[in-house]
Design a protein around this ligand. Structure first.
Ligand SMILES: [Mg+2]
Length: 221
């Protein structure tokens, strides 16, 4: 009988060069390893537009200077796609992220799981390498739970998942409840606006503290 939910080559830890007998860290990019809102805001500024961070949203935060109505959502989406095609390589890394991953790599395999459009692959791969985070990159779209579950099923040790978005954390809680979940919001302006569910997922916005919490989990094997 064929497996109903086979692990594709792109999601096979062996193919990705990762060991199955070590803990696994699954890490998001935007607002976890990189300052996405700042980077996208700078990209928009280069096009004469403004990113106003007064709510936890994306396309609803893009304005023409002086206007009170946000840009048409489809137009915002087009700029977003262009950012991933041309601009995501200029994003600033989140403070302490690369250092934490480098130290944690002694204890765990690391895979980067980013919900970015396909045209981001080249720029995102180069960005990760330039900032010393050249771990295997998986691009995904939609809720991350099913994919995290397939990755987690391949390792014997503990698995840790880090993301800024509650929707992804909840998806992982549902599909792979055994996975340790942390919410991390890198942008200081977004932190007070980002919804959290502290009963369901731990929230740590500073990488040195997050590093310590993850170390406690992955160093016990
Ligand atoms: Mg993110």
């Amino acid at each position: 009988m064929p497996q109903s939910n086979p692990v594709s080559k792109a999601q096979d830890l062996g193919e990705l060069g990762l060991r199955r007998d070590k803990p696994l860290l699954i890490v998001d990019v935007d607002e976890v390893l990189g300052l996405f809102m700042q980077g996208f805001g700078d990209f928009l500024a280069g096009r004469g537009l403004e990113m106003r961070i007064d709510r936890f949203a994306l396309f609803q935060n893009i304005y023409r200077p002086g206007e009170s109505e946000h840009l048409d959502l489809a137009e915002g989406k087009a700029h977003f796609d262009d950012f991933f095609r041309y601009g995501c390589g200029d994003m600033e890394p989140a403070a302490g992220g690369a250092e934490a991953l480098a130290a944690l790599a002694d204890h765990a395999g690391i895979v980067i799981l980013s919900n970015a459009p396909g045209q981001a692959r080249m720029g995102r791969t180069r960005w990760l390498a330039r900032h010393r985070m050249d771990y295997p990159l998986i691009l995904n779209s939609g809720p991350k739970g099913p994919l995290v579950s397939r990755l987690a099923s391949q390792v014997s040790g503990p698995v840790v998942f880090i993301d800024d978005l509650l929707s992804n954390l909840s998806s992982v809680a549902e599909a792979a409840p055994e996975v340790h979940r942390f919410q991390h919001v890198a942008d200081e302006r977004l932190r007070p606006l980002a919804p959290a569910d502290l009963e369901a997922h731990r929230r740590i916005d500073h990488w040195p503290d997050l590093h310590a919490a993850i170390h406690d989990i992955v160093s016990q094997t």
